[in-house]
Design a protein around this ligand. Structure first.
Ligand code: AVJ
Length: 316
């Protein structure tokens, strides 16, 4: 797509060069991310799952039953599906940038939940969450226009957004929730600030899976843009910046090199960086303030015994 190529080229010719983290997730990148979630060092996925497990009853008391669930970045739909028994959704609307992958997930899930209405949407909500008109029509067809809504955004994907962009996205999410019945809200997982000695290995693991995940971005960009990145000439760099409260991931040029694509070229000096990801870490108080600024009136947070990860319910 021309817009994708334009966005990629714009980032590459910027100084410092940057690529958006949403491009990590081609077929191999999604598998590498799944592998990351199994690493000892990468605590967020299993910590969040444990919070949902231990607090399922308390969460289910706030999330209205029969709500229409909007699952942002649904992928395999596995996280939402694991909550269906406890949360009793009335309909399921998974949204993901990768339509092809989502289609397969929805078909498989529909077989296990034949009477739950489902509508899969291929949508890149990273710059704006505008639901297509199709959604309103579909909700109407199923008598769900006035049903309560639950926007589900697990996994601390919100961490990829700078605070100002996170506020904008959460304000749009608030708009989606406010379109439903009273009691509608957002159920979101957020990684919390903690010791650098815990944070950094989570993004620079001993097996080098995260390094492969980071470098794989170049293979994906080569296919999308027709560029000629040589992944073997780039090394993985990840560190926590406590002032901005974020993990930064970069690729560092091992030697001077020129990258070409149709209509563009970028020279990289040796040791020059290509910024590939920010992963912001929030405090409970900081994230609750953000939710209120986005328009949510009531917030609740559940966390693990070490306070490493937070699951927030924010009522519109
Ligand atoms: C999917 C954005 C939550 O920031 O922890 C994992 C992505 N990057 N290891 C994160 C990621 C490197 C992940 N999120």
């Amino acid at each position: 797509m021309a817009a994708v190529r334009a966005e990629l080229a714009r980032g590459l010719i910027s100084s410092p060069a940057r690529l958006a983290p949403k491009y990590f997730y081609d077929a191999l990148g999604s598998r590498l991310f799944d592998a990351i979630t199994e690493l000892d060092e990468y605590y967020p996925t299993r910590t969040e799952a444990a919070i949902f497990q231990s607090h399922a009853q308390a969460i289910a008391q706030l999330v209205p039953a029969d709500a229409v669930w909007f699952d942002l970045g649904a992928g395999s739909c596995a996280k939402a599906a694991s909550l269906f028994d406890a949360m009793r959704p009335g309909a399921y609307v998974p949204i993901d940038i990768s339509v092809d992958y989502l289609r397969g997930s929805v078909i498989a899930l529909q077989e296990r939940h034949p009477s739950l209405p489902m509508l899969g949407l291929g949508l890149d909500f990273s710059s704006s969450l505008a639901l297509p008109e199709e959604v309103d029509r579909w909700l109407g067809d199923h008598q769900l226009r006035l049903a309560p809504r639950c926007v589900f955004y697990p996994g601390s994907s919100i961490g990829n957004f700078m605070p100002t962009d996170a506020l904008q996205l959460l304000s749009q999410v608030h708009g989606v929730c406010a379109g439903g019945a009273d009691g509608s809200g957002l159920l979101i997982g957020v990684d919390l600030v903690k010791d650098t000695a815990v944070l950094e290995p989570a993004y620079d693991d001993a097996l080098g899976v995260t390094a492969a995940f980071n470098r794989n971005l170049l293979r994906h960009v080569n296919r999308l843009l027709g560029s000629d990145f040589d992944p073997s000439k780039w090394r993985h760099l990840a560190f926590f910046d406590p002032h901005q409260s974020r993990i930064e991931m970069h690729l560092v040029a091992e030697e001077a090199q020129t990258v070409n694509w149709s209509g563009g070229v970028r020279h990289f000096a040796r040791d020059e960086r290509l910024h590939t990801e920010n992963s912001y870490k929030w405090t409970v108080a900081g994230f609750e303030a953000l939710l209120r600024e986005a328009g949510f009136r009531l917030t609740r947070c559940w966390s693990d015994p070490r306070d490493w990860f937070g699951v927030f319910w924010a009522q519109a």
